[in-house]
Write a protein that binds this ligand. Structure first.
Ligand SMILES: CC(C)(COP(=O)(O)OP(=O)(O)OC[C@H]1O[C@@H](n2cnc3c(N)ncnc32)[C@H](O)[C@@H]1OP(=O)(O)O)[C@@H](O)C(=O)NCCC(=O)NCCS
Length: 172
């Protein structure tokens, strides 16, 4: 079933809770979206609420992929909060429900974000990627190229530092 997309849907209590649960489930399935598993919804909620606040302030944008009535794919289009970088955005917390992965939903979500970026007349979109999950291949298939790498930037465990990659889609 093809996803339908909602851009900046009202952040009702129900939608907030579903996104917090999705974020938690994706993390616990090993997804590198701001946390290291295992986490509970209570671990995720403060970061999620801070992220929702940026959307509610009209600064950032929320894109939700719906499978029928269920939100199964989410990303945030995040403003740089810096005038000299007002012409591009960072895509954050790109996630697809574990049971729905591998069906093309992630690629469809990213393509929709690209369409939103073009409609906003942005010059580019950036994603930051935790190395070691093969995600550079996912983004490369969507046209993103590696533009930077910070060695060992992410300490996911006391003896496990991962590079952080910046990947970029030029929209000019
Ligand atoms: C990464 C993620 C968003 C991809 O969504 P998805 O719906 O599973 O991916 P799709 O089915 O659309 O896959 C599109 C293509 O990317 C490839 N791909 C998907 N996930 C990949 C991964 N982790 N590593 C390498 N390639 C990947 C698929 O094989 C597919 O290739 P194909 O077009 O040649 O068949 C999803 O797996 C997810 O939520 N992962 C956990 C969270 C995460 O890693 N988010 C990114 C943080 S930077």
């Amino acid at each position: 079933m093809a996803l339908s997309f909602l851009l900046d849907p009202p952040l009702t209590a129900d939608l907030r809770e579903r996104i917090v649960r999705l974020w938690t489930d994706v993390t616990n399935a090993g997804g590198p979206i701001g946390f290291v598993a295992p986490v509970t919804v209570d671990d995720v909620r403060p970061m999620a609420e801070a992220t929702f606040a940026g959307v509610e302030a009209g600064v950032d944008r929320l894109l939700v992929g719906m499978d029928g009535a269920e939100p199964v794919a989410v990303l945030f289009i995040v403003d740089n909060r810096f005038d000299l970088k007002a012409h591009w955005r960072v895509l954050k917390r790109v996630m697809v429900l574990p049971g729905s992965q591998g069906r093309g939903y992630g690629a469809a979500l990213m393509r929709e974000a690209e369409a939103v970026g073009r409609a906003m007349r942005l010059t580019g979109l950036q994603v930051t990627v935790r190395d070691g999950h093969g995600l550079d291949a996912f983004y490369a298939k969507l046209g993103y190229t590696e533009t930077g790498r910070v060695p060992g930037a992410l300490r996911v465990a006391p003896d496990d530092d991962r590079d952080e990659l910046q990947m970029w889609l030029d929209l000019r």
